[in-house]
Structure formats: C-alpha cells, structure tokens
Unconditional design. Structure first.
Length: 195
C-alpha cells in the first residue's frame, strides 16, 4: 500500500495493482459451451513449465502461455481470441469490486480469531486462563458442542470480496491501477477486478 493526497490535501491510503495487459485466450459461446464468456490470460509463463494440453490451448488462440486464466462476461464491446484488453476499460473515479484470497494466519485462538475479551486476571481467581474461550456447552444434554460454535482454528486464507473501491489513478504505460483502500491478499498475489 501507499498513499496519495487528494484535491483538499487529505492523505488517502491506496493500493497499486498491476492490471494488464490481459489477452483473450478463448471466446465461449452459447452454441459451443452453453454460455457466453471471455477467457482472459494474464502474466507470462515459460513453455517448459506449461503442460501439453495448455500449450495446444494457447496455440489455438495464437497467444503465448499465460500464468493465470479467468473467465469474465459483460464487456461493452465484442472481442475475439488474441485481442488485448488494457486499462482503457476503466475510468478514473469509478467504483470497482475486488475479489482475492485473504492472508493465511494459521491456527489462532478465540481472542484473535473472534475478538473474545479473555479473563484478564480480573475475576474468579483466574491466573493462567487469560485468553481461554470459556465454557463450550451444556453437560448431560445435549452432551455435545453445537455446530458453528466460535472456537480456535485456522484463520484467513479464504475468498474475500471488497466492494465499491474507487479507482484514483490509471497509469496506462505501466499498466497500473491505483485503488483507494486496501485489497485482500498478500503482495504479489492474484486478484479479480469487477466493474
């Protein structure tokens, strides 16, 4: 993340995203596939790290192997295989939705994972139970812990969609989008941008 100053002089936190160029690797139609969509490829991949079926797929579209393939629909204009989609589809000031995978934080306790307060050495003579979850359920009935009980476990590493993030700046030469706010995922991870 970085920051910019807006017209009023207020500092705004923002994220810089490399968003292109994306190449149309396949056009899916209702006649052949049952639905309409464009398959876009992003990032370069070496030939030796590409499987034979994917090599044939990219050769058919007339493009070099790509690292990431994603399907989109709802473009304003028609494209064919091999066309390049750049940042011209975005305008400064518009709002977009961003989908990504959040950072994995491993196995966490209830204080960090669910915001429990813990005992804090303040009641009932506790001295070694500062961040414990407390009681989990009843005794003889129902003799089990209910599903969905907030307990310790793996945190993060899940799909997250952040809506209505504003596009602050577009740098077409470097294929960079500057988005207001934070986006899910670690540095260098892949995200999807929806209009």
């Amino acid at each position: 993340m970085t920051s910019l100053y807006d017209e009023s002089g207020k500092m705004v936190a923002c994220t810089v995203i490399e968003a292109g160029p994306c190449v149309v690797t396949q056009v899916k139609t209702v006649e052949s596939d049952g639905y309409h969509a464009y398959q876009l490829g992003f990032g370069e991949r070496k030939e030796k790290h590409t499987s034979q079926p994917l090599k044939g797929h990219f050769k058919k579209s007339g493009t070099t192997p790509k690292r990431k393939l994603v399907e989109f629909d709802g473009f304003a204009q028609e494209y064919k295989a091999g066309d390049v989609i750049d940042l011209g589809i975005f305008t400064e000031g518009e709002f977009v939705d961003i989908i990504g995978t959040s950072k994995g934080k491993g196995f966490q306790g209830v204080v960090r994972r669910h915001g429990f307060g813990g005992v804090g050495e303040s009641t009932h003579g506790q001295h070694n139970r500062l961040r414990a979850p407390g009681s989990l359920g009843a005794s003889s009935f129902p003799s089990r812990v209910f599903k969905g009980m907030r307990m310790a476990g793996r945190m993060g590493g899940k799909g997250v969609k952040v809506q209505n993030l504003q596009v602050l700046k577009i740098h077409n030469e470097q294929n960079l989008l500057v988005i207001r706010g934070s986006v899910p995922g670690a540095k260098g991870s892949y995200i999807l941008i929806e209009k």
